[in-house]
Design a protein around this ligand. Structure first.
Ligand code: ADP
Ligand code: MG
Length: 335
């Protein structure tokens, strides 16, 4: 029924993905737009926009309209969606003329914002538009049995936010969202290097450090990495060597906030579902699930099994694309 023409869009704080049932992930680009500040027009979206950062005349700025998990500038988000739909349409060719589109909405979005996302997608030529809650999409995309009446716990550590949700029988039973995610870890690293070494490094360098030598709070064989930045005293470029244990110290506080959010959600769990969690455990997804040592650290701290999603960066997009089948099944079961 929904076979050919269904696509799912993940409007992430760091990355936007489009998934088609036939072709898989057809678009995966950073959630960045380049804007002409005089006209407020979107000039470029995604990778193209990201590459313009710092290289364009002053009146063109690059922004991340979804940065904190809520829609900061609505008009720009709408324009961005239109660009994305157009790009995805080109990649999919004519087969996607009148698609059925499912968009997962940021969990903090208001009904007015959701309506506007709906309308923006519709105006791009979608035959039908459905919105889905992000944690449900993340759970479906991580192969959890969300249509069963058992507790599925999903922890989605994204760029701008971490969302923890308990899902049962297709719906969110309880949910916690904090504005700490991968971006904050990058920021922590920038601050740490600045304070300890008087060295200024960029966000992208910090992200690279996190990916290469970042660890959750576990013992490990220490890694090191050479890092270049600008010496704040002399103003000149300088290279230093960072150790993975230093990075652990830098991101420690933020990781503990994430842990706290997970604990709070588990404590909120209705007693009938608690037993399931002990058996089933918790599914970690989002780019933050790729941090080294996160599985070992979390399972030690929350004392239930911890699983890492098969595709942490893609689970929401995949789940969004597959969600209509699940909704359909649930509706059938309810009859
Ligand atoms: P969103 O859904 O908010 O767009 P994503 O799920 O795409 O976010 O995750 C993006 C975040 O994941 C970024 O902060 C990025 O730095 C982080 N990330 C990606 N790969 C890794 C990795 N290997 N180790 C640690 N963090 C990672
Ligand atoms: Mg996400």
């Amino acid at each position: 029924m929904f076979s050919n023409q269904q696509i799912g869009i993940d409007l992430g704080t760091a990355n936007i993905l489009v998934y088609s049932k036939n072709k898989g992930i057809v678009l995966n680009e950073p959630s960045v737009v380049a804007i002409d500040t005089e006209t407020n027009h979107v000039l470029a979206v995604g990778t193209e926009a990201k590459n313009m950062i710092g290289k364009t005349p002053g009146k063109i700025v690059a922004v991340r309209p979804l940065k904190d998990g809520v829609i900061a500038d609505f008009d720009i988000t709408t324009q961005m969606l239109k660009h994305i739909m157009k790009k995805a349409g080109k990649k999919l060719g004519l087969s996607i003329r009148k698609p059925i589109v499912v968009v997962c909405t940021p969990s903090g979005s208001t009904s007015v914002e959701r309506r506007a996302i709906h309308d923006a997608v519709k105006s791009c030529g979608a035959k039908q538009v459905h919105l889905i809650e992000e944690p449900v999409a993340a759970a479906i995309g991580s192969d959890l049995p969300v249509d069963e009446p058992i507790a599925n716990v999903v922890v989605d550590i994204g760029g701008g936010t971490t969302e923890v949700a308990i899902i049962s029988f297709g719906g969110v039973v309880s949910c916690n969202s904090i504005r700490i995610g991968g971006d904050q870890l990058d920021e922590d690293i920038v601050q740490y290097v600045r304070k300890k070494y008087n060295l200024l490094i960029g966000d992208r360098t910090a992200e690279k450090i996190k990916m290469e030598i970042g660890f959750a709070l576990v013992d490990h064989d220490e890694l090191t990495m050479e890092v270049r930045g600008r010496d704040l005293v002399t103003g000149l470029p300088k290279t230093i060597e960072l150790r993975s244990t230093e990075i652990q110290e830098a991101i420690r506080e933020s990781l503990l906030h994430i842990l706290e959010a997970i604990r709070a959600t588990l404590e909120d769990c209705p007693p009938e579902l608690s037993g399931d969690i002990v058996d089933q455990g918790v599914m970690i997804t989002g780019g933050g699930a790729l941090l080294k040592g996160i599985q070992e650290w979390l399972s030690r701290e929350i004392i239930v099994p911890v699983h890492i999603s098969p595709n942490p960066l893609e689970s929401v997009a995949i789940g969004t694309g597959r969600s209509l089948q699940v909704i359909h099944k649930l509706q059938k079961a309810a009859k």
